[in-house]
Design a protein around this ligand. Structure first.
Ligand code: GLC
Length: 565
C-alpha cells in the first residue's frame, strides 16, 4: 500500500507549509541578548544564521507577549505587545524581517482559550457585577451548595486542583489551567471579534502563521455538565499511574473537542485567505482518535495539527508504524499534510524518554527521585528517531535543542522549579521545567554562552554540567555531531523532496521484530528498534544516525540509516 500526505502523488508541494520543517523556539530559553538571564527577541535574531545553516524552513515562537509569566507566557495580558522581558514590537519586526531575508517563515503562538487574570478584560470583569457584559466575556457561574460555596461543577484543572476559583462577590470563574488563566467565553461574539482582530494585528505585521494553543478547548459543552471521568482522575492525585489510566479510558471531557470549535476555525481560515502568501494555522489539539484530530485540518479549517500520537508512540516499532499508517490514512482523507513531532516545551525530551526502562513512557516530568535515563542509549535512539521522522512525507517539527541531542534536565532542584503544574499537584507531577532549560551555545562560557553578554546574569533555570558536551560550538561543523546529522538529513530531505513524497513499507519492514523500514522516493529508511543487528538492504548509505550505526554490513540496534533506494 502506498501512503501519502497531501499533495497528490507526483505533485510538488504548492505551499511552503505542506512539507516544511519547523523549529520551535521557546523564547525565554533560546538565547539571551541583553544579559538578564532570560532569552529574548534580540537573542533569537542573533541565532537566525545558525537556524538557516541547519536548514529548517520556519520557526515557531512560543508566546513573547505581555504577561505576568504565571505559565511562562501562556497567560497573556496584552495580545498586541511584546513583554519587556523579551523586547519591543520593533525588536519583533526586526527579527521577522531578518528571518524573511534568510528565507525563514515565522509562526507565532496564539492563546485563545484563556487570558491572564491581569488582562484588562478580566480586571474589568472583577470590578463589574454579576451578569454584566464584562463578566460575560469569561465563564463566571454561581456555585452549588446552599450558599454557593461549592464550585459550579466537578471539573479539575489540567495542572491539578479545581478548575474554578471564587471571587469576592461569591461567583466562580472557570480556568482549565492555572487560577491566573481564566477561560474566555467563546459563545460571546465580542470574544470572537477580539481574537480575529488579534490575528489581523500579527498578520498585518507579516507573520506567516499561528500555532493555536489548546485549539480543542475553546467551546465547552452546553450547561457545563459534570464529568464522570474527571472524578476518577482527581480521586487519587498521589498516584500518577491511576491518573494516566483514567485519562486514557474515559470519553472526551465536556471541555475538549466539542463540535462547536470547528466553526471558529472556518472563520479564521477565511481571515487568513484574505492575506497574500500562504498563511497557516497549526492546532495544538490533544484529540484522539486520529480521525477526530484530522477534522481540525479539513480544507476549510486549519492547515496543520500536531501529531501527538506519533510523539506518544515512543521508541517502539509497532506503535510507531501503526501511528505512521493511521496518520497518513487520515491525512489522505481530508487532503491535509500529516505532521510529525518528537518533543516540545510540554513533554520530557525524547532523548531522555528513550533512555528509560520503558521507552514508550511519557512521564509528566522527571525529577531526582525518579528513574534516571541511560543517557547514551537515549541519545543513540534520539538520533535514529530524528532520522526516521525526517524521512516521512509532510511537515516535521523540531524543538530547540533537538538538533543538539539535548537531554532533559532530570536533576533540577525543586526549589528552582517554576511550572504551575508542579505546584498545583504538590510536586506529584515534576512538571515541564526540565525540558525548558536554557540552550548551551558555548561549552566553556558562563551559563554555556546562553547570554551573549559574557558577564550576564545566570540563566533563569540552572543548566546541568553535562550540557557542556552538547553545546552548539562543539557540534556545528563537527562531523558526526547531532547538529551535522540533522543538517545532512535536512539537506537530503529538501533535495529529494521527501516532504512531498509518498511512502511504501519496504520488504525489510518488520515491526514485531523491531524494524521500521519504508521507501520514500529515492530514499529507504531503515530503523533498528529491536535488540539485535539486522542485515542492511543493498544500496549506498546516504545518512547514518551515528558513525557506528553500521558494522560488518549490519545495522546495529538503536540506529537508523537512509539508503539510496
Ligand atoms: C498548551 C501549552 C502549554 C500551556 C497550556 C496552557 O498546552 O503548550 O505550555 O501550559 O497550553 O496555555
Amino acid at each position: 500500500m502506498s501512503l501519502q500526505a497531501a499533495p497528490a502523488p507526483g505533485k510538488q508541494a504548492t505551499t511552503w507549509w505542506e512539507d516544511a520543517v519547523i523549529y520551535q523556539i521557546y523564547p525565554r530559553s533560546f538565547a539571551d541578548g541583553n544579559g538578564d538571564g532570560m532569552g529574548d527577541l534580540h537573542g533569537i535574531k542573533s541565532k537566525l544564521p545558525y537556524l538557516q545553516n541547519l536548514g529548517v524552513n520556519a520557526v515557531w515562537l512560543s508566546p513573547f507577549y505581555v504577561s505576568p509569566q504565571a505559565d511562562a507566557g501562556y497567560d497573556v495580558a496584552d495580545y498586541r505587545d511584546v513583554d519587556p522581558r523579551f523586547g519591543t514590537l520593533q525588536d519583533f519586526d526586526a527579527m521577522l524581517a531578518e528571518a524573511h531575508e534568510r528565507g525563514l517563515k515565522v509562526i507565532v503562538d496564539l492563546v485563545p482559550n484563556h487570558t491572564s487574570d491581569e488582562h484588562e478584560w478580566f480586571q474589568a470583569a472583577l470590578r463589574s457585577p454579576k451578569g454584566s457584559r464584562e463578566r460575560d466575556r469569561y465563564m463566571f457561574r454561581d456555585g452549588r451548595g446552599e450558599n454557593g460555596e461549592l464550585p459550579p461543577n466537578n471539573w479539575e484543572s489540567i495542572f491539578g486542583g479545581k478548575a474554578w476559583t471564587r471571587v469576592d462577590d461569591g461567583q466562580w470563574y472557570l480556568h482549565l489551567f492555572d487560577t491566573k488563566q481564566p477561560d474566555l467565553n467563546w459563545e460571546n461574539p465580542e470574544v470572537r471579534e477580539e481574537m480575529i482582530s488579534v490575528l489581523r494585528f500579527w498578520l498585518d505585521r507579516g507573520v506567516d502563521g499561528f500555532r493555536i494553543d489548546v485549539a480543542h478547548g475553546l467551546v465547552k459543552a452546553e450547561g457545563l455538565p459534570d464529568w464522570a471521568g474527571r472524578e476518577s482522575m482527581v480521586g487519587d492525585v498521589k498516584n500518577p499511574d491511576a491518573l494516566e489510566e483514567a485519562a486514557s479510558t474515559e470519553p472526551t471531557p465536556p471541555y475538549f473537542d466539542q463540535p462547536g470549535v470547528h466553526a471558529i476555525y472556518r472563520e479564521w481560515n477565511k481571515v487568513l485567505a484574505e492575506y497574500p502568501g500562504d498563511r497557516m494555522l497549526v492546532a495544538e489539539a490533544w484529540v484522539e482518535p486520529a480521525e477526530r484530530l484530522f477534522h481540525y485540518v479539513r480544507q476549510d479549517e486549519m492547515q496543520q495539527a500536531f501529531n501527538f500520537d506519533f510523539l506518544r508512540a515512543g521508541w517502539d516499532a509497532e506503535r510507531l508504524s501503526a501511528s505512521i499508517t493511521e496518520s497518513l490514512v487520515q491525512a489522505g482523507k481530508v487532503g491535509a499534510p500529516s505532521t510529525w513531532v518528537l518533543s516540545n516545551h510540554d513533554t520530557v525530551r525524547h532523548t531522555t524518554r528513550f533512555g528509560l526502562q520503558d521507552p514508550t513512557q511519557l512521564p509528566k516530568g522527571v525529577g531526582a527521585r525518579d528513574e534516571q535515563p541511560d543517557e547514551a542509549l537515549g541519545l543513540s535512539r534520539g538520533r535514529a528517531a530524528i532520522l526516521t521522522m525526517l524521512a516521512l512525507p509532510g511537515s516535521a517539527y523540531l524543538y530547540q535543542g533537538d538538533e543538539l541531542g539535548l537531554p532533559e534536565h532530570t536533576l533540577l532542584d525543586d526549589a528552582v522549579r517554576q511550572d504551575p503544574a508542579f505546584f498545583r499537584t504538590q510536586g506529584v507531577e515534576r512538571g515541564r521545567d526540565g525540558c525548558r532549560v536554557p540552550i548551551p551555545w558555548k561549552s566553556d562560557a558562563p551559563g554555556f554562552g546562553f547570554s551573549t553578554n559574557d558577564d550576564g546574569a545566570s540563566p533563569w533555570l540552572p543548566q546541568p554540567d553535562s550540557f557542556a558536551r552538547y553545546a552548539a560550538d562543539t557540534q556545528v561543523g563537527k562531523p558526526g555531531s547531532v547538529y551535522e546529522l540533522v543538517r545532512a538529513a535536512l539537506r537530503e530531505r529538501a533535495a529529494r523532496h521527501l516532504g512531498s513524497g509518498t511512502i511504501e513499507w519496504a520488504p525489510a519492514h518488520n515491526p514485531s521484530g523491531g524494524v521500521v523500514s519504508f521507501v520514500n522516493g529515492s530514499v529507504q529508511l531503515i530503523a533498528n528498534m529491536g535488540g539485535s543487528p539486522i542485515e542492511l538492504p543493498d544500496g549506498v548509505v546516504l545518512v547514518a544516525s551515528a558513525a557506528e550505526a553500521v558494522e560488518d554490513g549490519l545495522l546495529q540496534p538503536n540506529n537508523a540509516v537512509w539508503i539510496e533506494a
